[in-house]
Every structure is written in structure tokens, then in C-alpha cells.
Design a protein around this ligand. Structure first.
Ligand code: NDP
Ligand code: 2IT
Length: 448
């Protein structure tokens, strides 16, 4: 697809050439450029001052060797990354992903998205992402600890509570954050809020564990209000069964919906009368097991050994909460054909561009990741605030703040869409609202 502005065509072409093979990064940038084209047409000062060229180039990329010793005594070597994308509106902030598919293109797409997401939260946080191609699956606690210590030994040179504050993402949860925090504290001899998603005993915030999933449902509730409806009595399909998926399922159920299917990378479970979430938590959070084990307790549930087919199940609301590009055009068409009215993204960039186009052109309520899953990082910022105060708020207070933030993100995204003549298009609205705040800040900082 071509842009109207030759400037954007050239920029996109140059970006593709200079970041060869990084297809996820190209995809993320293209979507933002498409959304902000009308903003650039109205405000040529963003072009004149090179705001977009600067925004698509990370401020700093750190790439390092992570050597560690496995249980059999063999030396293993992984790659570590941290992309410090933008510090315009606050210190770098964003998660760490440990998954074999991680390479520079993945970390860059996630770091780029994080700039706009963090801006939308209304809190002072810049954009970053990091991770490694290390696969925690099948590793012992000792192996995970040694890996995390080696990873943090290098990363500790580049982060700090006022510089860059990492958190979790795929493959990085409470266990990994604990090991990394312990190593940072030991190396730097300082107890600071350098990571978020910490345990409650050492500076973590209540609600951070639930925040992304809960926030996703609060955002979805706002979208549903547009159609005069809510979660009550609705059938919901959720992909994934990790941190985001589990707490999205919990909140959707609390709001009166029935979650009928969840998945992992092997396959999905369909339980018509409603997923037993306590069992999913036992299998996934406690035992780090596989989702097919669900049938050992509930043989009446169905298991299909192909996670991509989860979107064949009829539902009113679909919440993709696993990974990027997990929902393609064919799946989008199926969801629509089966009567789905709303899709909100818990994962980052889970819908392909063709799927997004399909949802928008068919009038499906669509909550893009940057807006819909911002509750996790927003609550991370609330954790930073509590760490600075050396104080902690109770669950209801943080939950109420999270809800307010999600309602505000919905409002600012839908208002920006309307202002630029794209009423109801939250993809455009979220990108525009997120962009303008960062772009104006960059103008006021001069050329840096
Ligand atoms: P977890 O590691 O807790 O869970 C990830 C889930 O997704 C697992 O069920 C996993 O299955 C599945 N999955 C991962 N990779 C793939 C793949 N390539 N194909 C199919 N399934 C896959 O991660 P989170 O729940 O934290 O993250 C899920 C998504 O949400 C990611 O896109 C992440 O970037 C995004 N996100 C996370 C936030 C957070 O606070 N944690 C905040 C905002 C967004 P398996 O166990 O088989 O690997
Ligand atoms: O994608 C995301 O927003 C996250 N993984 C959470 C980042 C954070 O700093 O809490």
C-alpha cells in the first residue's frame, strides 16, 4: 500500500532497507505511519523537525552474550537484547521477553509499540523492550536462575530506576523477575525499584499480576457500552493461558461472561459450560504444565492440537492474549461469520494487518493492543510511584486507578479518531493520541 505523502513512502522504504528482515518491526511502523498521515498533513512542523525519522530510530540498542551453565555442566550461550527506543516523556519502560523466537526485529517492534502505549497511559514513561532467545520451557529452577543472573550481570550496566525499568512479558514472570532483582541488588549494592512486577514482599504492587488482563476487560467494557451492551451473558474465547489470558478470563467471568476456550502453543481447550479457571491456574501458574492436562480432570472438554484454530469457536467476544500475528484474515472472517461483536487485543500485535482491516470494515468493535493492553505497564508505573514513596496502596485503590486509566485511554483514543474524521477507528485514534504527546515533547526538547 502507498501513502499519500511521498515523504512517508520514502521513509518506509528507507526503514525497510536499513532494518532488513525485521518484518514485525516493519509491520508495526507501517501501521503507525498509516494512522498519523492526516496528522502530518495538518502539522507539517512534525515533518520539518524530523520527528518521525527520529521516532522510528531507537535511541540505543544493547545486544550482548549471555553465557550460563546447564544442569549437566554444559556451557550454553544465548543472546540478550535491550532496545531503549524513546525517553522523550520519561525513563525507558517496557518488558523483557524470553522466548526462542526473540531476535532484534521482535524486540524493536515491541519497543516501538511501547512508545505509544506508554504515552496513552498518561503517565511519564518512555518506551523500551528487551529479552532473549532463551527458552525457559523445560528448564529447571536452577538453570533459569543461572541464566537470569548472567543476563542481569550485563543488563545492570544499562538500566536504573531513573533510566530504564524493565518488567515481564512472555516467559518472564514473578520467578524470573525475582532472580533478576536479586542479582541487580547484589551487583549495584542498592535497593531500588529498577524492575516492576516484583514480589509483594520486596516492593511489588498489588494488582500488577492481574493488571493487563483486568485492564483489557475494563477497556472492552467501554467499547461494548458503545453498542449499549456489556460482558454479562456473553461467550468469550481467549487465546493463550499465560499471565494476560488468565486474568482476562478472571475479570470477564466476574463481569458475568462465560469463557469457553483457552490455549497454549500446542493447542486449545474448548469447554462449552465454561473453563475451570482454578484448574488452568494450577496447571499453568503452579505446575508450568501443558493445557491438554486440563482433560485429565475434565474429560468432557474438547482438546484440539492446533492453537491457531481456536478462532473457529463461536463467541461474542474474542480476546487474543498469546502472541503476535496469531489471528489472520481467515480467522477474522470466521469470527465475524459466527457473530462475534468485539475483539480486543491483550497480546501485542496479535491480529495481522489484513485481520484488522477485516474487523474495521465490518464494523466490529476493535480494541488495538496499544490501548487495550496498556493496563499492565500503567500499573507498572503505579508500582514505580509507590516505590518512590516507599509506600504501598491497597488492592482496591490500585484497581480503581487502573480502571480510571483504561477509561481515559478509551476516551482519548476515540476522541482522536473522531477529530481526524475516523470515528470508531480506535487503531487510528490510539496511534494518533499516543503520537501527538511524544511528538510535541520532542519538539520542545529540540533536536536530540
Ligand atoms: P506468558 O508467558 O505468561 O504467556 C504466554 C502465552 O502465550 C502462553 O499460553 C504461551 O503458550 C502462548 N504463546 C507464546 N508464544 C506463542 C506462540 N509463538 N504461538 C502460540 N502461543 C504462544 O506471557 P504473557 O501472558 O505475559 O504475554 C502474552 C502476550 O501479552 C504477549 O504478546 C505480551 O507481549 C503481551 N503483553 C503482556 C503484558 C504483561 O504484563 N505480561 C502486558 C501487555 C502485553 P506456551 O506456554 O505454550 O508457550
Ligand atoms: O507489553 C507490555 O506492555 C508489557 N509487557 C508490560 C511492560 C511493563 O513495563 O510493565
Amino acid at each position: 500500500m502507498c501513502f499519500r505523502l511521498p515523504y512517508l513512502n520514502e521513509l518506509m522504504q528507507r526503514l525497510t532497507e536499513r532494518n532488513r528482515g525485521e518484518t514485525e518491526f516493519h509491520q508495526a511502523v507501517r501501521e503507525v505511519l498509516e494512522s498519523i498521515e492526516p496528522v502530518l498533513e495538518k502539522h507539517p512542523e512534525y515533518i520539518e523537525k524530523g520527528v518521525v525519522e527520529r521516532m522510528v530510530e531507537p535511541e540505543r540498542i544493547i545486544k550482548f552474550r549471555v553465557p550460563w551453565v546447564d544442569d549437566a555442566g554444559f556451557v550454553r550461550v544465548n543472546r540478550g537484547f535491550r532496545v531503549q527506543f524513546s525517553s522523550a516523556i520519561g525513563p525507558y519502560k517496557g518488558g523483557l521477553r524470553f522466548h526462542p523466537s526473540v531476535y532484534e526485529g521482535i524486540v524493536k517492534f515491541l519497543g516501538f509499540e511501547q512508545i505509544f502505549k506508554n504515552s496513552l497511559t498518561g503517565l511519564p514513561i518512555g518506551g523500551a523492550k528487551g529479552g532473549s532467545d532463551f527458552d525457559p520451557k523445560g528448564k529447571s529452577d536452577g538453570e533459569v536462575m543461572r541464566f537470569c543472573q548472567s543476563f542481569m550481570t550485563e543488563l545492570s550496566k544499562h538500566i536504573g530506576s531513573n533510566t530504564d525499568i524493565p518488567a515481564g512479558d512472555i516467559g518472564v514472570g514473578a520467578r524470573e523477575i525475582g532472580f533478576m532483582f536479586g542479582q541487580y541488588k547484589r551487583i549495584r549494592n542498592g535497593f531500588t525499584g529498577v524492575l516492576t512486577g516484583k514480589g509483594l514482599n520486596y516492593g511489588g504492587s498489588l494488582v500488577r499480576t492481574e493488571a493487563t488482563g483486568y485492564g483489557l476487560c475494563y477497556f472492552t467494557e467501554e467499547m461494548l457500552k458503545e453498542k449499549g451492551t456489556d460482558f454479562n451473558g456473553k461467550t468469550v474465547v481467549i487465546s493463550g493461558s499465560g499471565n494476560v489470558a488468565i486474568y482476562a478470563a478472571e475479570k470477564a467471568s466476574q463481569l458475568g461472561a462465560t469463557v469457553v476456550a483457552m490455549s497454549d502453543s500446542d493447542g486449545y481447550i474448548y469447554h462449552k459450560s465454561g473453563i475451570d479457571l482454578e484448574l488452568i491456574k494450577k496447571i499453568k501458574e503452579q505446575r508450568r504444565g501443558r493445557i491438554y492436562e486440563y482433560r485429565d480432570i475434565h474429560p468432557e472438554a474438547e482438546y484440539v492440537a492446533d492453537c491457531s484454530r481456536i478462532w473457529e469457536i463461536r463467541c461474542d467476544i474474542a480476546l487474543p492474549c498469546a502472541t503476535q500475528n496469531e489471528l489472520d484474515k481467515k480467522s477474522a472472517e470466521l469470527l465475524i461469520k459466527n457473530g462475534c461483536i468485539a475483539v480486543a487485543e491483550g497480546a501485542n500485535m496479535p491480529s495481522t494487518p489484513e485481520a484488522v482491516e477485516c474487523f474495521l470494515s465490518n464494523g466490529i468493535l476493535f480494541g488495538p493492543a496499544k490501548a487495550a493492553n496498556a493496563g499492565g505497564v500503567a500499573t507498572s508505573a503505579l508500582e514505580m510511584t509507590q516505590n518512590s514513596m516507599r509506600y504501598s496502596w491497597d488492592f482496591d485503590k490500585v484497581d480503581a486507578m487502573l480502571k480510571d486509566i483504561m477509561v481515559n485511554i478509551y476516551r482519548s483514543s476515540s476522541e482522536a479518531a473522531e477529530e481526524y474524521g475516523m470515528k470508531g477507528n480506535l487503531v487510528a485514534g490510539a496511534n494518533i493520541a499516543g503520537f501527538i504527546k511524544v511528538a510535541d515533547t520532542m519538539l520542545s526538547h529540540g533536536v536530540v
